[in-house]
Ligand binder design. Structure first.
Ligand SMILES: [Mn+2]
Length: 379
């Protein structure tokens, strides 16, 4: 009698989903968890994304399970086989980034220690993170790596985020200062979290360092392919989708990361590092819809920074993108354990090969020497 909410009533969980403090209740079973990570002290420009999870939840209020049918996908992700819940937030410290990284890594490990609710799945629940700045992908990938092996990453962003820490002003340097929202994919590569070659950036339009393409060359050593925002004008949406699918196999665990600055500032002004000339929300939605066959094991929407957007369109775009990603996860069904078994085996072999070259995972020994010498503590 009192259980049904209007879009404007009730406590603001994502899409009015049931709220469980998943990190506290280890017995809680679910299939897809939405989790907020309100952390923004690893940004290189404007902070504010710590308010992203609250803003995205607020912007999601017109999503309800009652009226949640996705006409583009032909399912209602909130009324299907999957138990989708709002796991609340990770209470990340804003005072100490080393501690914050530890906290976030522990939180994701905790999240992946749960059991799925559906008896069709033998794997842990999947999750969609509401960020937070983009650095939060590093702890997410660390945890996922243990469960699934190396991840194939689709990275929607106007920026590369594979920059070595030495590509920032770095005369004053510490270990913690290397962990930023522009270097975390470089760190992820060095920690052996990414596939060697099946990773792709989409929507790029950042200015590059120096006088040539050496940022792109570095990016290749981190294992990424690149799709620039402008490519949509030549081949349309379909060419973008085909290029993504040519890089990402259909039988590997995939992580999708959406930096909201992939959208044009006219569609998403509320973010820290805006770049003009980006995609529209409708194009982004269509691209995600075309990726519904992939095995998405985790995803995020990051860099939504409400202080710069009184119109709330940025958070609205974030909420819709989360809905589309959840739709993909539900539509695809539980992840096939055989895919995961194979990927773990492949990842172990790769780690063994690296060790035989005197390299090991979870270390920074892959550090590019060209950059290493620039990181000088005692000049
Ligand atoms: Mn980014």
């Amino acid at each position: 009698m009192w259980g049904e909410d209007w879009p404007f009533s009730g406590i603001q969980t994502f899409a009015h989903l049931p709220h469980h403090k998943c990190l506290l209740d280890m017995e809680k079973k679910f299939d897809i968890g939405v989790i907020g990570v309100p952390f923004d002290t690893a940004v290189s420009y404007r902070p504010g994304a710590r308010f992203g999870p609250q803003a995205i939840r607020k912007a999601s209020q017109r999503q309800t399970s009652m009226r949640g049918f996705n006409f583009r996908a032909d399912i209602n992700p909130y009324q299907d086989w999957a138990s989708v819940v709002d796991c609340g937030d990770v209470p990340v410290t804003p005072m100490d980034n080393s501690l914050a990284l530890k906290m976030m890594t522990a939180a994701y490990n905790n999240l992946l220690s749960h059991n799925s609710k559906s008896d069709k799945s033998s794997l842990p629940p999947r999750f969609v993170t509401l960020g937070g700045d983009h650095s939060i992908i590093l702890p997410a990938l660390r945890a996922l790596r243990k469960t699934y092996g190396r991840l194939a990453v689709i990275h929607f962003d106007s920026h590369l985020d594979t920059w070595a820490p030495s590509k920032y002003p770095n005369f004053w340097h510490s270990d913690a200062s290397e962990f930023t929202h522009g270097s975390m994919l470089w760190i992820a590569h060095n920690e052996g979290l990414l596939t060697e070659n099946n990773n792709v950036h989409a929507g790029l339009r950042t200015r590059l360092s120096g006088t040539d393409f050496n940022d792109y060359e570095d990016d290749e050593t981190v294992g990424f392919h690149r799709i620039e925002a402008d490519e949509i004008m030549e081949g349309g949406i379909q060419s973008i989708v085909e290029k993504i699918k040519s890089v990402i196999p259909s039988d590997v665990p995939v992580y999708i990361s959406v930096d909201i600055d992939v959208l044009d500032p006219s569609a998403a002004p509320g973010t820290g590092t805006t770049e003009v000339g980006g995609w529209l929300t409708r194009e982004m939605i269509r691209i995600i819809r075309e990726l519904e066959d992939l095995n998405i094991v985790g995803a995020d929407i990051v860099e939504v920074s409400p202080p710069y957007d009184p119109t709330e369109i940025t958070a609205l775009a974030g909420a819709q993108i989360a809905y589309e990603l959840i739709t993909n996860m539900v539509k695809k069904g539980p992840t096939d354990p055989e895919i995961v078994r194979r990927n773990l085996e492949l990842s172990e072999n790769l780690d063994e090969n690296l060790k035989s070259f005197g390299l090991s995972d979870n270390s920074k020994v892959l550090l590019d020497t060209k950059h290493k010498e620039q990181v000088v503590l005692h000049p």
